[in-house]
Write a protein that binds this ligand. Structure first.
Ligand code: SAM
Ligand code: SF4
Length: 331
């Protein structure tokens, strides 16, 4: 690596790249997108497969990126995803490659994605009840997600992780059922605190289900033993019933992990974000399309990350929600 990695002014080094490959989605989760969808990015503003691969290559070869996670919107609806993954898997050093998906079409794509070089998946699943799934995601597709999860295991994309967001009065009584289900199936469950990134801007601190409430709920049925040292991982992990099974909680709001953050983000339209909650972005697409050499892209990316704020301040009364919702940033 020449010229240095992605180091910010607090000394944090970003090695984990989150790439949003589309802002579109085939679900409409109530904490993320409105029922009618959003004004999608114009096609000509979305990076092509070749542009995506080039930016990721610059990250890996010149900036020390070691893990690449594809997300969205729903990443599996991007037709070229498997070929992008194959090209990323051919880079040196080969990064770890993961996808965060709602799982709807995972059964159909798991084989091709694994063959291309995908290492792991996180599948989002907030409820095991069909009526609730329909209410929460505004689509009747629970069975597709369950089939997708099984396909992920069958293709060796393990450990399969499940992400769940609990909402008060909607599915907050399902913490234990979700954990039982994941323990039975061999999936690793992680709860994520609901964050103020919904397009509808309805999030409220008072209404969100906190990590402490999640622990209290789980402890009614399970013994949890904290595992030390979360490092750069956003999740706090616990052994369930003495182990080896584990459960994680990502308390982005009530126990932020900004001091250890090692992430950098690329949006589908080629903007670098130093934080999920950034209110500013740095435009790599214009540079890319104006014929800039790799060294210039790398320098612009370093500059974007230098300015990474110390923390997101979500739990602070002065916090202002970023203009882009989660689906357009890449969660
Ligand atoms: N569509 C894919 C999926 O749902 O897994 C990938 C993109 S989605 C934005 C990534 C993750 O962000 C999902 O696990 C989803 O539950 C989570 N998410 C979306 N909006 C959120 C919010 N307001 N607070 C917390 N997590 C959120
Ligand atoms: Fe789509 Fe994922 Fe947002 Fe749900 S959370 S609407 S699946 S992008």
């Amino acid at each position: 690596m020449t010229g240095g990695g992605l180091v910010d002014r607090y000394g944090r080094v970003a090695t984990d790249l989150r790439v949003s490959v589309t802002d579109r989605c085939n679900l409409r989760c109530v904490y993320c997108m409105p029922a009618e969808g959003l004004a999608w990015l114009p096609r000509n503003e979305v990076l092509t497969d070749a542009e995506l691969v080039r930016v990721i290559r610059v990250g890996v070869e010149l900036l020390g990126i070691r893990e690449v996670r594809f997300t969205g919107g729903e990443p599996l609806i991007r037709p070229g995803l498997a070929s992008v993954i194959a090209e990323v898997a051919a880079l040196t050093p080969r990064p770890d490659i993961a996808v965060t998906t709602n799982g709807l079409t995972l059964a159909r794509h798991a084989g091709a994605l694994t063959a291309a070089g995908l290492n792991r998946v996180n599948v989002s699943l907030d409820t095991l009840r069909r009526d609730r799934f329909r209410e929460l995601t505004r689509r009747d597709r629970l069975d597709d997600v369950l089939v997708g999860l099984r396909a992920a295991v069958a293709h060796g994309l393990t450990p399969v992780k499940v992400n769940a967001v609990l909402m008060r009065g909607v599915n907050d009584d399902e913490a234990c059922d979700l954990l039982s289900f994941c323990l039975d199936q061999g999936y690793e469950l992680r709860f994520i605190e609901q964050m103020p990134l919904d397009a509808d801007r309805r999030w409220s601190r008072a209404d969100m289900v906190t990590a402490d409430e999640i622990f209290a709920s789980l402890r009614t049925r399970f013994t949890l033993t904290p595992l030390p040292g979360r490092g750069a991982s956003p999740a706090e992990h616990f052994l369930v019933g003495g182990g080896p099974a584990r459960v994680g909680v990502i308390a982005s709001v009530t126990r932020p992990f900004c001091g250890d953050c090692d992430r950098t983000r690329l949006t589908a339209d080629g903007q670098i974000r130093s934080c999920l909650f950034s209110r500013t972005e740095d435009d790599l697409r214009t540079l890319l399309r104006s014929g800039a050499p790799d060294s210039e892209l790398a320098q612009a990316w370093r500059g974007a990350m230098t300015a990474k704020p110390a923390g997101h301040g979500v739990d602070d009364p002065t916090f202002i929600q970023p203009p882009r919702p989660m689906s357009a940033i890449g969660g």
